[in-house]
Design a protein around this ligand. Structure first.
Ligand code: AMP
Length: 290
């Protein structure tokens, strides 16, 4: 595996692969890799060659006072893991390489980017969209892989690609979970043992919405209420938002149809975790992907 630190070098490698007509894949990450990231790498390897993984803790997507400084950084272990998986390139620029002095252009996905996560974390999606646009420009992948764990982020990136006529195809991969249902996240490392146990409330809440759906409940407000009940019953949990939204706009769903997301953002202590379930209208009923 080649570790690439500069934009110029990465662009040169990408140009070469493109010139040879190769279908390259990109998996953007912030490192502290876990099985969720590994699933994206494997998905990319099924379809692409070469595969580039990026590790970049993007300062632009953290607000002052968020966890940028203490975000887990485990470069050597991550690089060894990527190497063992057979990843061809690891793009790992320093912050000053992507944001040199005088940097002043940002991308903002309006509407979609201002709701839910965008509302709770002002500026977050502007940072995400900006860095993903850069990565797509630098690596020029045929396909880029994102996790459904960050469903709103994935939707925003699809919008960015559409709005700027970018060539990359965006693939959204399923959520990888621990045995007890907790979605894998680099931020799970922040949880105390008590909060780690309590954090199963996220998955249990989604299960409650799924069960209600199974009983014939079709009102999105009642599905959200079923989730809120589970979160409220967990004393260590404090809900930020618990919503059922349309998967295309991320606006509140007034009725279940097409594709919707049941979405949660919940604090356990100071750690804020996300989870979601995709609800798909199919064959006269609804199917859930947790
Ligand atoms: P991050 O390093 O947290 O920025 O995540 C990098 C990519 O991995 C994003 O596209 C995430 O949505 C995805 N990802 C994170 N956790 C999971 C998970 N548990 N299952 C699947 N994908 C994930």
């Amino acid at each position: 595996m080649e570790i690439i630190l500069t934009v110029e070098w990465m662009k040169q490698v990408s140009r070469l692969a493109r010139g040879e007509g190769r279908l390259s894949g990109l998996v953007p990450t912030m490192g502290a890799l876990h099985e969720g990231h590994v699933s994206l790498i494997r998905a990319a390897q099924q379809e692409c060659s070469p595969v580039t993984a990026s590790i970049f803790v993007n300062p632009a997507q953290f607000a002052p006072g968020e966890d940028f400084e203490r975000y887990p950084r485990r470069f050597d272990a991550d690089a060894a893991l990527l190497e063992s998986l057979g990843v061809e390139y690891l793009f790992a620029p320093e912050a000053a390489e992507l944001y040199p002095p005088g940097f002043s252009s940002y991308v903002k996905v309006e509407g979609l980017g201002s709701r839910l996560e965008g509302r709770s974390r002002p500026g977050h999606f502007r940072g995400v969209a900006t860095v993903v646009l850069k990565l797509l420009e630098i690596v020029q992948p045929w396909r880029a892989y994102f996790g459904r764990k960050d469903a709103q982020q994935a939707r925003i990136i699809q919008q960015l690609v559409r709005d700027f006529h970018l060539d990359a195809q965006i693939e959204v991969c399923p959520i990888v979970r621990e045995a007890d249902g907790l979605a894998l996240s680099s931020r799970n490392a922040y949880l105390s043992p008590e909060d780690r146990r309590a954090a199963t409330a996220l998955h249990r809440a989604l299960g409650a919405a799924q069960a209600a759906l199974g009983r014939g409940e079709r009102n999105p407000a009642n599905l959200a209420a079923a989730m809120r009940e589970v979160i409220s019953a967990e004393p260590r949990a404090a809900a930020d938002y618990v919503e059922v939204v349309r998967a295309d706009t991320f606006e509140p769903a007034t009725r279940l149809s097409g594709e919707c997301y049941a979405l949660l953002a919940v604090f356990f202590g100071t750690t804020r975790l996300l989870d979601n379930m995709l609800i798909v209208e199919a064959g006269g009923g609804f199917r859930c992907e947790i």
